[in-house]
Each structure stands twice: as structure tokens, then as C-alpha cells.
Design a protein around this ligand. Structure first.
Ligand code: HGY
Ligand code: MN
Ligand code: MN
Length: 402
């Protein structure tokens, strides 16, 4: 509770009570300072990797086979308190619990905070873990730009980091034997099953596509309807088509962000930019959905004399978590072999999903009583959070201690 007391005020907007912890901003720096303090008060060896991800070590990493646990501290705009931070706070609390138990570590342990998981500022999810896992090249990272035109390397520099250092870190990942991320569930499966803790089976394939509808700026009051080339119209029709195509494919599709130029009440826009987030349980359904939405957008744009272009800004293929690690966790948490702890898929992306291509990876979910996430209303009961800490401690003990 002390950790939450110190972390909770950082980056919280007093009006919305939502969090605005964006990569390489002052709020992010304060979260990082909090992480460093938690590591140092526990006598852990603190370091940052070349991509700015934070690591707190118990034992010598060069031994290899480290058991690593952690999550992220950054947020979506006006995000909730638990998405990300619950995994980091629980990691430190699980270590405290293992020390209380007198656990003997036979492998190094590390606690991590992966930077820029939400991609709220630069548009790409999981930048810190993608860079370290080699899924994002320096060139691609250097091309990331925020809404004010500040590039990622510039933002890193202003935050005191050397952007020249960024890049893949295979040596570091070679020392990791297993990565376990605890995360608040973003959905209601555990609430419906009546369980405090669950194990992840898979992450749905998901991505972000930017639609640019270009029309002709003009006067809202004096331009006849017949003379307009208004990009807002095909945009609006595409949003409705996205919902219908997702419904038909059993997928999800969201237009949650829009940018309009010149964005004046009395001006017909010249440009309407809409960002689509779409996800589905399998790649086929996702492909069908996005292809159908793109087709609809082109037809609507054509009908209004509008140019439309589509850019895929972020994509993560399906992640099927390591079966051996998943089953080992289920054995540790359950009694005997039956799965006492439910195993569930998720449509939410995570750093664990990125690292799964490099190291054996697993996730633990903690019940979210309403399922609401990416909102100030996100919640988790204290008892469930404590159950998550005990479950994580049990898993870490089973994986890293005698
Ligand atoms: O968008 C996601 O699924 C994650 O919260 N970054
Ligand atoms: Mn999130
Ligand atoms: Mn998250």
C-alpha cells in the first residue's frame, strides 16, 4: 500500500482522475524515479538497458537463466491506475513476500519496467520491449514522431537518454530464462468465473491503421452542399462500416482517435485522420475485418470525391504463450495437475507478447470487477491484488528458488 501511495499521484489529472504518463515526459521520469527508489530500498542492482527499460536485479545476471517479472508504468491518455503499475508493484511486493518466506534463490531474479508500452505519444505500442527484442529497428524508432512533431530520439535526449544507444539487446535476453508479467485483467472473464487470478493462454493478433481522408477546405456557411469535398463524410461512414464488419467477423474495431485539419467549427476540413484499432481471435478474422473496412473507406471516399490513404502504424501477430511455462505455473498455483486457475486469452497487447518471441513468457491476470480498462474507472479489489502478489510469489519461488 505504501508503494501505491507513492506512485498513485504521479501523472494523475486532477479533473478526470485519469493518468497521463506518456513516454519521455516529466510524469514518465517521475515514474522511473519511483521504480529506481523501490529497487534501491530493496538492495537490488538497478540499471537501464540501452532502450531505457529499467531492470532491478537480485543475484548476478551473468549466471544466466534469470527469472524476470515486471510490466510498464506508462499509460494511455486518462488511463487507469492498474494497467501496467499493478504488475510492477506486485513484482516488488512478491519479492518482499519471498524474503519473508526465507526463499533461497538458485537463479537470478529481475524486476522490470518496460518503457512506452502504450504508445500513447508516438503511436507504436511496446516500443521499449520491441527495441530490446529486435522487433523495431533504430531507423523505424527514429521516424516516430509525436503530435507536436517531436521525434522519439529528440524526446529521449531531452529526458537525458542517449538515443544513439538504442537497438536490439540479444545478450541481455539470452540471460533470461523466463519472463512472467502480472497484469490487471482487461475484461470480465475472472469476474464471471469467480476467480481472483488467471493465467494467460494467448494474445489476439491486433494492430493500428491510420486512415487519411483528404478533401477541400472551404467555408462552412457559404459553400453549397453540391460543391463540397468534405472528408468528414467518408470518415463517418467508415466508422460505422468498421463496427458492422467487426460484428460480421466476430472481431473488434475501434476508431478512438481523430485529427482534423484545420479543425475549425466553421470550416469544412481539408484533412480528416482517423486511427483504427482492430483485433480478432485469429489472423484470418482480423485480415477479413481490416480488408473490408479499407474497401468501404475507398468506396465512400470515391463517392465524395475524396482521396483516402491507409497506413499500418502498429501490428502484433497472435501470441501463444509458452505451453511448458504456462502449465508449470498452473501446476504451481493449482493443487496437483488440474487447472485450479483459469486459463484465458486476451485481446490486450503486452510487453510479454513482444518478449514471447525471444524468451519463454507467461502472464498472470488479476480480477478486474468491472472489466473496464483504459479509463479512470479501472479498478481492482485489494484482496484480489494481494492474491495476485501471493500467486506471483508462488510462481517466482517455483521457478527461481530451491
Ligand atoms: O492496446 C493494448 O492492448 C495495450 O494496452 N497496449
Ligand atoms: Mn493498456
Ligand atoms: Mn498494460
Amino acid at each position: 500500500m505504501e508503494m501505491w501511495r507513492d506512485l498513485a499521484p504521479i501523472g494523475r489529472n486532477n479533473d478526470t482522475r485519469g493518468y497521463r504518463r506518456y513516454a519521455w515526459t516529466a510524469a514518465d521520469a517521475d515514474c522511473r524515479a519511483w521504480f529506481k527508489a523501490q529497487a534501491e530500498t530493496r538492495g537490488l542492482a538497478y540499471e537501464q538497458d540501452r532502450n531505457g527499460n529499467q531492470w532491478a536485479w537480485l543475484g548476478d545476471p551473468r549466471t544466466g537463466g534469470a527469472v524476470v517479472t515486471g510490466s510498464h508504468l506508462d499509460s494511455v491518455p486518462d488511463g487507469g491506475a492498474f494497467d501496467g503499475p499493478l504488475g510492477v508493484v506486485s513484482a516488488f511486493a512478491a519479492l518482499d513476500e519471498l524474503r519473508r518466506r526465507g526463499a533461497e534463490f538458485t537463479r537470478p531474479l529481475a524486476i522490470t519496467n518496460f518503457g512506452d508500452e502504450e504508445g500513447a505519444r508516438f503511436g507504436l505500442a511496446c516500443v521499449g520491449s520491441r527495441l530490446t527484442a529486435g522487433h523495431l529497428t533504430r531507423e523505424q524508432a527514429y521516424a516516430l514522431t509525436d503530435a507536436d512533431g517531436i521525434t522519439l530520439p529528440r524526446a529521449m535526449e531531452r529526458a537525458g537518454y542517449d538515443p544513439e544507444a538504442i537497438g536490439p539487446d540479444p545478450e541481455r535476453l539470452a540471460r533470461v530464462g523466463a519472463f512472467v508479467e502480472l497484469h490487471v485483467e482487461q475484461g470480465r472473464a475472472l469476474d464471471l468465473s469467480g476467480d481472483a487470478v488467471g493465467i494467460a493462454s494467448a494474445i489476439w493478433p491486433h494492430g493500428r491503421w491510420r486512415f487519411d481522408f483528404r478533401g477541400e477546405a472551404n467555408h462552412a456557411g457559404t459553400t453549397r452542399l453540391a460543391d463540397r469535398r468534405d472528408p468528414m463524410l467518408p470518415y463517418a461512414q467508415t466508422v460505422l462500416a468498421a463496427r458492422e464488419e467487426a460484428r460480421l467477423a466476430g472481431a473488434v474495431a475501434t476508431f478512438g482517435k481523430i485529427a482534423v485539419e484545420p479543425n475549425g467549427v466553421n470550416a469544412i476540413p481539408s484533412l480528416v485522420r482517423g486511427w483504427l484499432d482492430s483485433r480478432a481471435a485469429d489472423q484470418d478474422a482480423l485480415d477479413r475485418t481490416v480488408t473490408a473496412i479499407e474497401k468501404a473507406a475507398r468506396e465512400y471516399a470515391e463517392a465524395h470525391g475524396i482521396d483516402v490513404s491507409l497506413t499500418r502504424e502498429s501490428f502484433t501477430p497472435v501470441v501463444d504463450f509458452d505451453h511448458a511455462l504456462r502449465d508449470e505455473m498452473a501446476r504451481i498455483l493449482g493443487t496437483g495437475n488440474e487447472l485450479k486457475v483459469p486459463v484465458l486469452g486476451t485481446g490486450a497487447g503486452h510487453d510479454a507478447g513482444i518478449l514471447a518471441s525471444s524468451v519463454p513468457t507467461a502472464m498472470l491476470f488479476v480480477r478486474n470487477p468491472t472489466g473496464v480498462s483504459h479509463s479512470p474507472a479501472e479498478s481492482a479489489a485489494e484482496d484480489d491484488c494481494l492474491a495476485g502478489v501471493v500467486a506471483l510469489a508462488d510462481v517466482l519461488e517455483g521457478l527461481a528458488c530451491t
